[in-house]
Ligand binder design. Sequence first.
Ligand code: ZN
Length: 62
Amino acid sequence: MTTQQDSHAATEAEQAWRAAIEHAAGCHACRTRGAVCERGETLLEAFNAVMHQQRQRRNSDA
Ligand SMILES: [Zn+2]
């Protein structure tokens, strides 16, 4: 049961991370140093949020 939860969490984070890098790979603004891309920032924030959630979840489990 715990393993299933972990793999679901990993998938969630992986999807968020993949969305961010896939966007960056095809986005000129993201690949330009010094440029700010709102979409890229949003995707990275979403990934960070998932990671943060998982860390909190793990803390409350322990
Ligand atoms: Zn971008």
